[in-house]
Design a protein around this ligand. Sequence first.
Ligand SMILES: Nc1ncnc2c1ncn2[C@@H]1O[C@H](COP(=O)(O)OP(=O)(O)O)[C@@H](O)[C@H]1O
Ligand SMILES: [Mg+2]
Length: 261
Amino acid sequence: MTQPQIAVDKVSHVYRPPRGRPVLALEDVSLDVQPREFLALLGPSGCGKSTLLYLIGGFLPVERGAIAVNGEPVKAPGPDRGIVFQHFALFPWKTVRDNILYGLERQSMPKAERLERAQQFIDLVGLTGFEDSYPSQLSGGMKQRTALARTLAFDPSILLMDEPFGALDAQTRHLMQAELLGIWQRTPKTVIFVTHDVQEAVYLADRVAVMSARPGRIKTIVDTKFDKNDAGVFKSKGFVDKVDELWNLVRDEAIKAERHK
Ligand SMILES: Nc1ncnc2c1ncn2[C@@H]1O[C@H](COP(=O)(O)OP(=O)(O)O)[C@@H](O)[C@H]1O
Ligand SMILES: [Mg+2]
């Protein structure tokens, strides 16, 4: 048994807003992710998916339980973990190119190489020609692609992705899914991918963790290994049945979440 790359052990998280009651967002969540694994997180809105990613990313302090990455407790964000936020976090005063270069500044890479690398990822996400545009000049989908390029460009071994394709139109979404899979197959990366889209989860992931309504827990983990290079996989019985099974699990939780509102 190899050491899991990400080990989440009995983690709970409480938000304490300055006004109002504390919110128990996560309760007793345990999850191991192996090196190079692609894990999707599914669950109703508000069940704590983003909270779990922020904790693994080191953006929120771990107050109950423990999170280790490569055996080391997570204390802060680090270059080993790249996060793509649900709401693209771009610098509005920087161009597309400069937003992407920003992530590369900490690396000891000659300037020319950084520029080349930035361009490579601009091309990859289909933003060629928009290098000098500012975020305010871009559509939501283009902003999200810029954010994705920025994270991919510094080549973290762990990708934490929070509904990264949620704002994209269907066609761009499929292109980006294929690109992400290509990158994941070519370079050793561990991915945790939050999505609302059951089909996307089953297609992309090796395993899908379904979270329960608040307080979020891991309700069940389902194996979803399908041949990602098979164009007909979406129509195969095994795939369709797996999507169905997961839909039912998620729907039950969504109904519970509605009742407790
Ligand atoms: N800063 C915050 N203060 C108080 N409650 C919060 C805060 N952030 C998130 N929450 C609450 O914690 C729960 C989990 O949120 P979140 O992790 O964003 O869920 P998800 O990503 O699954 O939609 C939700 O009920 C949300 O309202
Ligand atoms: Mg979220």
